[in-house]
Design a protein around this ligand. Sequence first.
Ligand SMILES: NC(=O)c1ccc[n+]([C@@H]2O[C@H](COP(=O)([O-])OP(=O)(O)OC[C@H]3O[C@@H](n4cnc5c(N)ncnc54)[C@H](OP(=O)(O)O)[C@@H]3O)[C@@H](O)[C@H]2O)c1
Length: 433
Amino acid sequence: MDAVNVGIIGLGNVGSATLNILAENADQIAQKLGFRLNVVAVCSRSVAAKKIPDALGNVARTADWRDVVARPDVQIVAELVGGRGVAAEIIDSAIEHKKSVVTANKEIMAACGPEIWDRAIKSGINLAMEASVCGGIPIHAVLREGISGDRVTGLYGILNGTCNYILTEMEKRGDSMADLVAESQRLGYAEADPSADIDGFDARSKLVLLAALAFGEKITPSDIFVEGIRRITPLDFDYARQLKHTIRLVCGARKTSEGLILFVRPALIPVSTILAGVQGPYNAVWVKGEFGEDTFYYGWGAGHPTGVAVVSDLMRVAREIRSGSPARVSPFAHERLGEYQPVSVTRQKRAYYLRFRVEDRPGIIATLAGILAAKHISLEAVLQEPSTNKQDLPFVITCEETSEQSIRDAVAEMARLEFMREAPLALPMETSL
Ligand SMILES: NC(=O)c1ccc[n+]([C@@H]2O[C@H](COP(=O)([O-])OP(=O)(O)OC[C@H]3O[C@@H](n4cnc5c(N)ncnc54)[C@H](OP(=O)(O)O)[C@@H]3O)[C@@H](O)[C@H]2O)c1
C-alpha cells in the first residue's frame, strides 16, 4: 500500500527525537500500520546544519516552513516549532492547505485549541496533539477515549518535570533554588529563561488542556490560580518532613457543587500519597472518576518520550487518512456539555502551612496568634528548627482547615509587621491526596 507522507517543521529536541524514531523504528511502524510513514520534507531555520538520519532516504530540506506546507505530496504537517508566533501561522496554513496537523504545542492549543479544532473540522482534516501534555504519558487518549465513559470529579497532576526535578533534588540534597535552576539548565531540563517552568505557566497550559478534556469545558487560562516555586527553600522541606509531608508543584482541577476550582501551586502533600513518589523530571496525572474511581498515569515528561507521542499521533492520523474516516470530532466538547463555571480558589477550605522569617523579639507568636484568632483561624502547631541567627529566624505555624480567603487576609496583615523579614509563605496542605 502507498506510504503516507509527512513534513516535519522544527528540528529541535522534539523534532529530532521524532526523526530518529521514524528512522530507527520504520519497519515496525510499517508492520503495525500496513503501510510506511514517509518523511518527505523537513524544515528548521538552520536546517543545513541538522543531521537527518540516513535511513529516512531522500528528504527535502528547507528553512522556509511554507515550502513544506505547500508541497502537494505532504499529507500530514508536524508543527514542532513551539511558541505562539510562527507556530500558529504554520498550523493555520496547514489547515488552509487541507493538510492534517500533528502538534506538540501546548501554548497554542491551551489558548485557542477549540477554535483551531473547529477550523480543522470545517476543512475536513485531522488534528492530533498528544505530545502537548506530559510527553511520555498518552493522557489525551486516556481522557478522550480510555475513560471517557466515566464522569471525572477531580484531576491532579505533576505536570512540569523541571519543577519536579528542582523540588525533589532540593528535598534530597538541600541545595538552593538558584543552584538547582542553574543545574536544570545545564541538564537541558530548563530553558535559558526558566520563568515559564518555575513560575507555573507551562503547567497552567497543560492543566487547561487536561481539564478541558476531562470535564468537557473550554477553560480560560486566567481562571487558573497560578503560583510558582521560587519561594520554596530547603528549610521548607525540613519542616514538611516533620509534618510527614513533602512539597510538590500540584496542578489541580476539582469539581465542586458551585463549579470547577483550578490551580497550579506548590502545596504540602503527605509523604504517603502516590504523588509524593513522583521524583525527578517525571510527570504524573491522577484522575478521580465517579464510576471508575481512581486511575493514575506516570511517565517521563520530555525528550524522546515526546517524540514517541508525536510518532504515535502521526500513525493515528495516517491510519485515519488511509481509512478515509470522514467524521472529525473535537475533543473540546464544551459546546455540547454546557457552560463552564470557574470557582475562585479563595473559596476552598484547607489546612495551611505558614512559614515566617523574623527578627527575633518577645511576643511574636502571641501577635501572630492574635491575627489568626481575629480571622477565626485555629492554630494547630508551632515548629522551630534550632537557629542562632536571631536577625533572621525561621519558624512555621500550621493552621487547621480554614478558607483560603481568611489565610490571605491574615498573611497580608502579618506581612506589614515590622519584625517580618519577608511576607509569610502560605502553602495549602493537600492532606486528602
Ligand atoms: N522539549 C520537550 O521535551 C517538549 C516536551 C513536550 C512538548 N514540547 C513542545 O514541543 C515543541 C517543540 O519544543 P522543542 O523543545 O523541540 O523546541 P526547540 O528545541 O527550541 O526546537 C524548535 C525548532 O523549531 C525551529 N524553528 C523555530 N522558528 C522557526 C521558524 N521560523 N521556521 C522554521 N523553524 C523554526 C528551530 O529551528 P533552529 O534549530 O534551526 O533554530 C528548532 O529546530 C514546543 O511546542 C514544546 O512546547 C517540548
